[in-house]
Design a protein around this ligand. Structure first.
Ligand code: SME
Length: 167
């Protein structure tokens, strides 16, 4: 049985390295994209402080559709270009929003959210979806969070069969 190791010591970067090591362990014997996406959300939501939501949206045609997540019930469909998720997806770049109320078109799935980080899932330049994190604290996410979450997404994309996630 996999037991997540608490990762409380060291610098923030070191904690992200330790989490990535645990994620690689989870993915070592499993390549199912849905299972790996689900376990990534459980591991990171449990380990990272001050989050109220963490999850995937996968691309279906011209919209993002809700995938595995941790947190409150969320919006199911987001059009490309809409909200923080749709903007990160259309622009194919990570977006860090220190204050969601100042982001034009932000979609408030959970009224508790104050800041947000969205990493696009890009496989050989092709958009497959996004990983979205929300925090109840303003300016919760910095460059270390961005790098740590981009590394997790990279590992997920490298280790998982994605064809059934994004038909
Ligand atoms: N806030 C996001 C919508 C998704 S939820 O936060 C889970 C957005 O503006 O795209």
């Amino acid at each position: 049985m996999f037991v997540a190791q608490p990762s409380t010591g060291g610098t923030k970067r070191e904690r992200y390295h330790e989490l990535a090591r645990q994620l690689a362990g989870l993915f070592a014997d499993e390549s199912d994209g849905l299972a790996n996406a689900a376990n990534l959300t459980a591991l990171y939501f449990d380990a990272l402080p001050e989050l109220n939501w963490l999850g995937f949206y996968f691309l279906r045609g011209e919209e993002l559709v809700l995938g595995p997540f941790q947190g409150k019930v969320a919006c199911v469909r987001i059009a490309l270009g809409r909200g923080v998720c749709g903007t990160a997806a259309r622009e194919k770049r990570t977006i860090v929003v220190p204050d969601v109320q100042a982001f034009p078109g932000h979609i408030a799935c959970d009224a508790a959210s104050r800041s947000e980080l969205v990493v696009p899932l890009l496989h050989g330049g092709r958009l497959l979806g996004v990983l979205d994190l929300d925090s109840p604290r303003e300016a919760r996410f910095d460059a270390d969070d961005q790098a740590g979450l981009e590394a997790a997404v990279e590992l997920f994309l490298r280790s998982s069969k994605l064809s059934r996630l994004t038909p």
